[in-house]
Design a protein around this ligand. Structure first.
Ligand code: AKG
Ligand code: FE2
Length: 244
């Protein structure tokens, strides 16, 4: 697909069987844009990566402080363009001027966590918490992966499975953000991929790789764009230090 493929509005991308609200957009970025992003991510100085036991991660423009504050800085252009303008160009509803970040404190994402998972790696079930305005926009690169979602009180088997294709965008917000946990199983091959247990099956861009019901993972990178609520300007941070 040489061109990105955007829905006319977010309602066209709604995953209707999830708690409100999740949106899935395949082919959000082109394979060329995907390759460029992967090349940029791999070109950052190695110490930028934080190594965790089951994945590694970069935080842009920087990690949050212990009080969940972001030091004011722009996201690098290679990370924000074209993803953020494209994301903000999708109206919430037909004839609406609003996009998914219109009501967020800064009107746009100001932070991006980049997670890299090798086959067999994942992330335990968790919630993203209130450091962020409750919208996450996730772009997937390099490989498909299955995101497991369940309500906070729910058992592991009670949830929903979202299949994210490389180049896709997943948006989670509302109760799906505040009342649910999400995680990624540590498997090398995703199994039982079927229309009756993948909630976004009908929204997939290309079902062909999954028609056999299983798919081996490759290295998958996620870009999770969010709006951090608390931002502090550098001058103010120094001022606070000076007053100590
Ligand atoms: O890699 C993903 O899609 C999920 C990452 C995630 O949940 C997080 O960074 O909080
Ligand atoms: Fe998360």
């Amino acid at each position: 697909m040489a061109e990105p493929c955007l829905p006319a509005n977010l309602q066209e991308a709604l995953i209707s069987t999830l708690p409100a609200s999740g949106y899935y957009i395949p082919h959000f970025i082109t394979p060329k844009e995907e390759a460029h992003l992967i090349q940029k991510i791999n070109a950052v100085p190695l110490p930028t990566w934080k190594h965790l036991s089951h994945r590694r991660l970069q935080a842009h423009p920087s990690p949050l402080s212990s009080s969940n504050t972001l030091l004011a800085a722009n996201l690098p252009a290679w990370l924000s363009d074209p993803v953020i303008p494209r994301l903000l160009s999708i109206p919430n509803l037909p004839d609406s001027q609003d996009n998914i970040f219109s009501k967020s404190p800064h009107g746009a994402p100001n932070h991006c966590l980049i997670n890299e998972y090798q086959p067999g790696q994942g992330i335990h079930s968790h919630e993203d918490g209130d450091a962020y305005y409750p919208v996450v926009a996730t772009v997937s690169l390099g490989s498909h992966i299955v995101l497991d979602v369940r309500t906070k009180g729910g058992s592991k088997d009670s949830g929903w499975r979202i299949l994210q294709e490389p180049g896709s965008l997943l948006i989670t917000t509302g109760e799906l953000y505040t009342e649910c946990l999400h995680g990624i199983d540590e498997v090398k091959v995703d199994q039982d991929l079927r229309s009756d247990n993948i909630v976004n099956w009908d929204l997939l861009g290309d079902k062909e790789p999954f028609m056999e019901g299983s798919a081996a993972r490759e290295t998958r990178i996620s870009l999770t764009f969010r709006d951090v609520k608390k931002v502090q300007k550098l001058g103010k941070a120094f001022g606070a230090l000076g007053r100590r």
